[in-house]
Design a protein around this ligand. Structure first.
Ligand SMILES: Nc1ncnc2c1ncn2[C@@H]1O[C@H](COP(=O)(O)OP(=O)(O)O)[C@@H](O)[C@H]1O
Ligand SMILES: [Mg+2]
Length: 329
């Protein structure tokens, strides 16, 4: 522990359990979000990123089931708390006031019959702000999110995608949280708006000292904003380290493949997008490395033994028996 942690997930496992099957979406994940930092969580669709995100607000409801693990929060007024042990009233105070979230796809789930300001003050009134206090704060929040305060009287259908996402940022900031969990906050936006929203989050970190868990399937986007990056594959963190280490000297073959599949100007016409094949569905137990089937370096050992996270250098860790050798290293 460096003493700079804000949120610390330990040994977390979450499964979806239905009558027909059990999907082990998050498998023994540990992850730390440091104060005032941006931590990128990257991995292809279906790797368990959104399921992992639900732990930060303790939003695990059936068919999701918490199989094991803990979440500690170090930012509260009375020191360290175990979030998963909070009782309802304490949990209500923790959610949105300490840690808030921009949900995946939330751009399209703003309430269509409520004006922007109503949606913003809703969150605050739920958290002990008076109506007057909340109304006074709306303009500031819109300004922080980088949109004109005139937007407050509009309905969601009157806004562009980028503006809707800025409204979501304003909602996430409403109760002055110390951390925001941003799940694919720029997916479905065009490239220019994507970079505006990313820069906005970066400036909020700088100006408000926010901590941000920035979740995306796009490693180039995460690389542009994050201090640290965790790479998730098949429900596990397979590599973690400082962003520049992950980008320049990636160790896990999955990270190397993700980086190699970023289209470059030269390759954009010829290269197929993404890594061939798919992540496993996680409805049957996995023996060995989950990436072995798609990995060009896989040996017998990779199919029979389970690689654990091991130090590559300093605080750069990877769970790979044959690390490195990527084109960037
Ligand atoms: N409500 C659900 N019921 C059953 N399975 C689910 C549910 N939500 C997600 N899953 C499964 O959990 C796995 C991880 O999904 P998710 O956390 O959404 O990944 P990501 O955000 O990385 O795309 C996937 O196999 C997905 O199909
Ligand atoms: Mg997701």
């Amino acid at each position: 522990m460096s003493g700079n942690e804000l949120l610390e997930v330990k040994d977390l496992s979450i499964s979806y359990v239905t009558r027909d099957e059990r999907i082990d979406a998050v498998r023994n994940v540990s992850l730390t979000l440091e104060k005032g930092s941006i931590h990128g969580l990257v991995g292809e669709s279906g790797c368990g990123k959104s399921t992992l995100a639900t732990i930060f607000l303790n939003l695990i409801y059936p068919p999701a089931r918490l199989v094991g693990g803990s979440l500690r929060y170090f930012g509260g007024p009375s020191g360290e708390i175990s979030v998963l042990e909070l009782k309802a009233p304490e949990l209500r105070r923790y959610r949105w006031k300490e840690v808030s979230m921009i949900f995946q796809g939330s751009m399209n789930s703003l309430n269509p019959v409520m004006r922007v300001y109503e949606q913003i003050i809703d969150a605050m009134i739920d958290h002990d702000y008076t109506f007057e206090e909340a109304m006074l704060r709306v303009d500031t929040l819109l300004e922080l999110a980088g949109i004109s305060k005139r937007v407050k009287n509009l309905y969601p259908h009157e806004l562009s995608g980028g503006m809707k996402q800025r409204v979501n940022i304003a909602i996430a900031l409403a109760c002055e949280p110390k951390a925001i969990i941003a799940d694919e906050p720029t997916t479905a936006l065009d490239v220019v708006v994507q970079s505006q929203i990313t820069r906005k989050l970066e400036s909020l970190r700088r100006d408000l000292g926010l901590s941000i868990l920035f979740i995306s399937h796009d490693i180039s986007l995460v690389g542009a904003i994050a201090d640290k990056i965790s790479v998730m594959y098949a429900g596990k963190i397979v590599e973690v380290g400082k962003a520049e280490e992950i980008l320049n000297t990636p160790a896990h073959q999955y990270t190397i493949a993700l980086l190699a599949s970023i289209p470059t100007l030269k390759s954009v016409e010829s290269r197929i997008s993404g890594i061939p094949g798919h992540p496993p569905r996680l409805n049957t137990p996995i023996t060995g490395c989950a990436f072995a089937d798609r990995c060009s370096k896989a040996q017998n050992r990779c199919r029979t033994e389970n690689p654990e996270l091991e130090s590559i250098s300093g605080d750069h860790f990877a769970a790979c028996f044959f690390p490195g050798g990527g084109s960037n290293s």
